[in-house]
Design a protein around this ligand. Structure first.
Ligand code: 5AD
Ligand code: FES
Length: 352
């Protein structure tokens, strides 16, 4: 046993105990991941998750309802400068149809995710949310619509939205500025997250693993931010380059680093709802199963109509673009069973 490995395991023990480390300690953990250290942390992450959530994996039906976006994030395939991207916007009827299919399949959370599309202003969005909540009062509605004003977030909440996902992308301001165009601001992103929390949403933040210019130090800041912000949900997945973006030739994030971070996050935030993301399933055929074994407890199968699936391409080679919702559900349920877990058919609220 090397001295470094001994230090890593003692930091993991400390994290398990105190749910907190210093920035330097986080950076040390990130720099010194090994196969052995992953085998050391994963059972701890699983045990903590199972104490709170058992072996249930929560399902969220993801409806990608518009790929029209006014933003120009350098990593993202649906950025406005990508003229190769064929744009679409589902109608409210099509979205209701997705919910109906999802409900039949047992899903009790619908995630409405889209680009920052001006068509979906507060009036239109509130109508949609109220319509879904009226038809499915036993379901949670999660929004993932990017940055809006505090007033807008309040109106959507009042219309019935329960949760909001807005990845912070990186907690380091200068790193943030390398991933986004000048007109986007780190401060505004962080303000949005605080507003969402104050309004009363269950809030999710998160970041990509292996994004361009990321370092152990910026990742340490991400972990410190999670500790302090204490989100209800945290979405992380590997960065995967998209061919029609400025980051086309940047390397993808790795499976191992993503799994390592999933386990670390589970130790920091025992109760957090942590998805094994589609991006993780894209870089490895069993990525999502491995994510669950590293401490994740949520999966988000795609409920969007198959006709638009390929167009919501945030990154290259995204999986599940040809599969009907029912196929995805059955596929995921088999995958979860293969590692000793089962899909849960309830709202799956956070258990703080
Ligand atoms: N690779 C991986 N994840 C991406 N996202 C956007 N583009 C990519 C990419 N190229 C993530 C961002 C965003 C979420 C919806 O998808 O973190 O917040
Ligand atoms: Fe979509 Fe497996 S989860 S096909």
């Amino acid at each position: 046993m090397t001295e470094t490995y001994r230090q890593v395991t003692s930091l993991i023990d400390k994290l398990e105990d105190q749910h907190s480390l210093t920035l330097d300690e986080y950076a040390f953990l990130i720099r010194n991941r090994t196969k052995e250290s992953m085998d050391y942390i994963a059972p701890k992450a699983r045990r903590i998750r199972e104490e709170i959530y058992g072996t249930s994996v929560y399902v969220r039906g993801l409806i990608e309802f518009t790929n029209i976006c006014r933003n120009d994030c350098l990593y993202c395939g649906i950025r406005r400068s990508n003229h190769q991207c064929e744009r679409y916007r589902l109608t409210a009827d099509q979205i209701m149809e997705c919910c109906s299919m999802g409900y039949e399949l047992g899903f009790r959370t619908f995630v409405l995710q889209g680009g920052e599309d001006r068509f979906w202003n507060d009036d239109v969005m509130c109508g949609l949310i109220a319509g879904i909540k009226e038809q499915y009062p036993d379901c949670a509605v999660t929004l993932s619509l990017g940055e809006r004003s505090r007033e807008s977030y309040q109106r959507l909440f009042d219309a019935g939205a329960d949760r909001y996902l807005l990845r912070h992308e990186t907690a380091d301001k200068s790193h943030y500025e390398k991933l986004h165009p000048q007109e986007m601001s780190f401060e505004h992103r962080m303000k949005c997250l605080r507003d969402l929390k104050e309004i009363g949403y269950q809030v999710g933040c998160g970041f990509m693993v292996g994004s361009p210019y990321q370092t152990p130090e910026t990742l340490a800041e991400d972990l410190k931010f999670l500790e302090e912000f204490s989100p209800d949900m945290c979405g992380i997945g590997p960065f995967i380059p998209h061919k029609d973006t400025p980051f086309a030739s940047q390397p993808a994030g790795t499976l191992e680093e993503t799994l390592w971070l999933l386990s670390i996050i589970r130790l920091i935030l025992p109760y957090v709802l942590l998805p094994a993301t589609t991006a993780l399933g894209t870089i490895h055929p069993r990525g999502r199963e491995m994510g669950i074994l590293a401490g994740a407890n949520v999966v988000m199968p795609n409920l969007s109509p198959v006709s638009v699936r390929k167009k919501y391409e945030l990154y290259d080679n995204k999986i599940c673009t040809g599969d009907e919702a029912a196929e995805c559900r059955n596929c995921l349920s088999r995958r979860m069973q293969s590692v000793g877990y089962e899909l849960a058919t309830n709202r799956g609220d956070v258990r703080r």
